[in-house]
Write a protein that binds this ligand. Structure first.
Ligand SMILES: Cc1cc2nc3c(=O)[nH]c(=O)nc-3n(C[C@H](O)[C@H](O)[C@H](O)COP(=O)(O)OP(=O)(O)OC[C@H]3O[C@@H](n4cnc5c(N)ncnc54)[C@H](O)[C@@H]3O)c2cc1C
Length: 94
C-alpha cells in the first residue's frame, strides 16, 4: 500500500494528490496545507479584489476531494527523508 504525504494544497499539491489516486485508487494520500483554502485559485484574487467575484469561496477550483485527507492549517516545518517523517505545526501549535 502506498502512503503519500503532499505538502501544499494549492494547484500543484492537489494535482499531485489527485494524480496519485488516479494511478492507484488504494493509495492513502494526505495533503498538508498551511492555510485553510485547498485548491484555491490565487490567480482569481484580482477578480475578488475588483468585486467581480464577490464571494472569495467561489475562487476554489474544487471543494470535494474524495479519498484524499485534507489537513488545513498544518504547516510543515521540517522534513526528515531518511525517517520518512515530517514535523508539523497546527495553527502555530507544535
Ligand atoms: C494575483 C496572481 C495572479 C496570477 N495569475 C496567473 C495566471 O493568470 N496564470 C497562471 O498560470 N498563473 C497565475 N498566477 C500564478 C499561479 O497562481 C501560481 O503559479 C500557482 O498558484 C502555483 O501553485 P502552487 O500549488 O505551486 O503554489 P501556491 O499556489 O503558492 O500554493 C502553495 C501551497 O503550499 C502551502 N504551503 C506553503 N508552505 C507550506 C508549509 N510549510 N507547510 C504546508 N503547506 C505549505 C500553502 O498553504 C498552499 O496550499 C498568479 C498568481 C497571483 C498571485
Amino acid at each position: 500500500m502506498i502512503r503519500l504525504l503532499v505538502i501544499g494544497g494549492s494547484d500543484a499539491g492537489i494535482s499531485a494528490a489527485l494524480r496519485a489516486r488516479e494511478k492507484d485508487p488504494s493509495a492513502e494520500v494526505s495533503v498538508l496545507l498551511a492555510d485553510e483554502y485547498p485548491n484555491y485559485s490565487i490567480c482569481g484574487l484580482p477578480f475578488y479584489l475588483s468585486g467581480e467575484t464577490p464571494d472569495h469561496r467561489q475562487l476554489a477550483h474544487r471543494t470535494a476531494f474524495e479519498g484524499i485527507e485534507i489537513l488545513t492549517n498544518h504547516r510543515a516545518v521540517a522534513v526528515h527523508p531518511a525517517a520518512k517523517t515530517v514535523d508539523v505545526t497546527h495553527r502555530g501549535v507544535p
